[in-house]
Design a protein around this ligand. Structure first.
Ligand code: ATP
Ligand code: MG
Length: 440
């Protein structure tokens, strides 16, 4: 027997039943983005490793141990993108989008991090990502957060909370960094290997440690808020005031520093108590220095990213369901003449009723086996076309749900009859709604 090729650890197949959830989340996000004027951008999965090193920072979990990096045939070091912000900034610079311009962008797609796979943590996972480039004020910070809050409402997502912090400017953070270095330096013997390395490289990263042995040391460390410069403080107040005015509750978390080096001023994270240690569902922040750091004209910007898998886990945890999009109509064809006419009829119905989900019984077979398949498909109605119907210039309509029953319908009147039976209002915002449970 030929050996089976196993899938890679932490890389999941999304089967049709699961994909329904994905479509629901993605469609809700796209709709929300449209309402706030965010436009889609798509960027490559592969970039030069140097992009992520420079953007995310050398002393981060992502760059130190999570990136999928390899050399191509020319000996260039490439990496699968671990997140989207660096790539979008690179794209903004490459395409001249940063000189005195403003862009509100979103993207969605796979990200890659070599983490230990577990529930809610995978090696290929998927983000929906929003970035506002060229915006300085706290108004855009607030709008981005309101946009995420609206998405939770659209999805019916509960048990989430917003944590907020300000990291200040690089200058004020430099002062804080020295205070941290002094504090952790005094207890260097208690630190683990990661933290000791970060003590020199970037002591802020120690606050990000998930090692429980360091929890109390971290809890007593100096607080960044005490080192904020006046302008950052004002910016943060502006954000908080807007969130309060819009009625979006938040908690201040002075320990929230985020796992990437490029953030400045506003950082935030939406967390949930329903997913164990994979509790972050969406995180983001302002990165005013990043585009300059990547060689572009200095441009303020802010963004967030949510993890699609975690959002779906949470929706399921909350008892949601993703409805199957069963066909409205299953076409049963009997005999060679019906096979040909049936195809033309099915195409005509798809032309005339754009909302209609119609499945044709491909492969023929006996009436009985075709009806079995029709029933299994979840369709509301079966359309039956055989020699008798062709002779009569009609189609039999059989109700598969509820009371049952059958009627003959002249071919010319079929479109109107289906519209009547199925409601005919299936088009909402260009998308078809599920109408299987309405029954005829
Ligand atoms: P965590 O602290 O859980 O590792 P993170 O801070 O590394 O999260 P970000 O880099 O901010 O996460 O990515 C944004 C979002 O992407 C997270 O809030 C989370 O929902 C999701 N995410 C991050 N890493 C993974 C992963 N390995 N598998 C699935 N989802 C992930
Ligand atoms: Mg992480």
């Amino acid at each position: 027997m030929t050996e089976i090729i196993e899938p890679l650890r932490g890389m999941n197949d999304v089967l049709p039943e699961e994909a329904r959830w994905w479509r629901r989340v993605e469609a809700a996000a796209r709709a929300v983005f449209a309402r706030y004027g965010y436009e889609e951008i798509r960027v490559p999965l592969l970039e030069r490793t140097a992009l992520f090193k420079r953007a995310i920072g050398e002393y981060t979990d992502i760059v130190e141990k999570e990136m999928f990096t390899f050399e191509d045939r020319d000996g260039d070091s490439l990496a699968l993108r671990p997140e989207a912000t660096a790539s979008i900034c690179r794209a903004a610079i490459s395409n001249g989008l940063v000189h005195n311009q403003r862009h509100r962008l979103f993207t969605l797609g796979p990200m890659f991090r070599g983490e230990r796979p577990q529930k809610g943590r995978y090696r290929q996972f998927h983000q929906i990502d929003a970035e506002a480039i060229g915006y300085e004020g706290p108004d855009v910070d607030a709008e981005l957060i309101l946009m995420s809050a609206r998405l939770w409402r659209e999805l019916g997502l509960e048990r989430v909370r917003l944590e907020l912090n300000s990291l200040g400017t690089p200058e004020s953070r430099a002062v804080y960094r020295e205070a941290l270095r002094a504090y952790f330096g005094a207890s260097a013997s208690l630190l683990d290997a990661d933290s000791r390395r970060r003590l020199e490289g970037n002591p802020l990263r120690i606050l990000d440690s998930k090692n429980p042995a360091l929890a109390s040391l971290i809890a007593n460390a100096p607080v960044l808020g005490d080192y904020l410069d006046a302008a950052s403080r004002e910016h943060f107040e502006g954000l908080k005031a807007r969130l309060n005015a819009a009625g979006v509750p938040f908690v201040l978390n002075p320990r929230l520093v985020r796992g990437l080096d490029y953030y400045s001023r506003t950082v935030f994270e939406w967390t949930t108590d329903a997913l164990g240690s994979q509790n972050a569902i969406c995180s983001g922040g302002r990165y005013d220095g990043l585009i300059g750091q990547l060689g572009g004209a200095p441009t303020p910007a802010i963004g967030w990213a949510l993890g699609i898998e975690r959002i779906i886990l949470l929706l399921k945890e909350l008892g949601g369901s993703a409805a199957a999009e069963s066909p409205h109509v299953y076409v049963v064809l009997s005999g060679p003449a019906a096979q040909e006419r049936g195809f033309a009829l099915a195409e005509r119905l798809r032309d005339e009723l754009p909302w209609l989900r119609l499945e044709t019984g491909l492969g023929g077979g006996s009436f009985k086996s075709q009806f079995k398949r029709a029933d299994k498909s979840g369709a509301t109605l079966a359309l039956v076309l055989g020699d008798d119907e062709i002779a009569a210039g009609a189609v039999a309509i059989k109700r598969l749900r509820g009371e049952g029953g059958q009627e003959q319908c002249p071919v010319g009147a079929l479109t109107a009859r289906l519209e009547g039976l199925l409601g005919g209002d299936g088009v909402v915002d260009g998308a078809t709604t599920r109408r299987q449970d309405r029954g005829p």
